[in-house]
Design a protein around this ligand. Structure first.
Ligand SMILES: *[C@@H]1O[C@H](CO)[C@@H](O)[C@H](O)[C@H]1NC(C)=O
Ligand SMILES: CC(=O)N[C@H]1CO[C@H](CO)[C@@H](O)[C@@H]1O
Length: 200
């Protein structure tokens, strides 16, 4: 038993070594939990476009659930703007697919956003340009991969209980032309391979 435990521990230690250096290089943003230590989030991806493909219906439900759960932020896992992302930070598609759709009160929180292949086939850097936040301040596509750290107590927040450190890592899912590949370095969750799927 002890030997098994030791081996398991060694494996965890090895895994920690693999993960740590790469994690240290990633951009971090701090998002403290609520004062009692809780954190509620919504995650969404493959949004739709201009409200079509049920995007508006999903947005309305997100608004209701978001209110019920008193969400702290939203995570978007990519394929935000179909078909080919946006062309520049003043591309009207941005408002048509984001600002004008996710209008519910509860969704007026930070959105931590990574890009999908449909975003990369457009001007990926436009979605990560700070100028996009002048169009809509919620849109936090900070880097290709980044860490949203909700583990540290912020102003007014008390330290989270052990095991409550919710370091939600938002990693780029897609390999691709624009990638320097934070996710791949962290153990290749998607092996840098584009997901196989159709146009949606
Ligand atoms: C931004 O992209 C839109 C949509 O393609 C285009 O109509 C507009 O001319 C572009 N604006 C600039 C400043 O390049
Ligand atoms: C209720 C509703 O609008 N459903 C639509 C969801 O999107 C598909 C197309 O992807 C439409 O066919 C449905 O009418």
């Amino acid at each position: 038993m002890a030997r098994v435990a030791a081996i398991v521990l060694a494996m965890f230690a090895a895994a920690a070594l693999l993960v740590k250096p790469a994690a240290a290089e990633l951009t971090r943003v701090e998002h403290p939990p609520k004062t009692e230590g809780s954190l509620n989030i919504l995650a969404v991806g493959d949004w739709g476009r201009r409200g079509q493909y049920n995007q508006t219906l999903v947005a309305e439900q997100m608004g209701l659930v978001g209110e019920k759960l008193d969400i702290d932020f939203v995570i978007s896992t990519g394929d935000n703007i179909y078909d080919n992302g946006i062309a520049n930070t003043s591309d009207p598609l941005f408002k048509e697919c984001f600002t004008n759709i996710y209008t519910a009160e509860s969704l007026q929180t930070p959105w931590y956003i990574v890009l999908g292949n449909h975003d990369y086939t457009g001007n990926a850097l436009a979605q990560q340009d700070p100028a996009i936040r002048e169009v809509d301040s919620r849109y936090l596509s900070i880097a290709k991969s980044f860490i949203v750290n909700s583990g540290s107590p912020g102003a007014g927040a008390r330290p989270p209980a052990p095991g409550r450190e919710a370091a939600a890592e938002v990693g780029r899912r897609e390999g691709g032309a624009a990638g320097e590949g934070g996710a791949e370095r962290r153990g290749g969750r998607e092996g840098g391979r584009p997901r196989r799927r159709g146009r949606e």
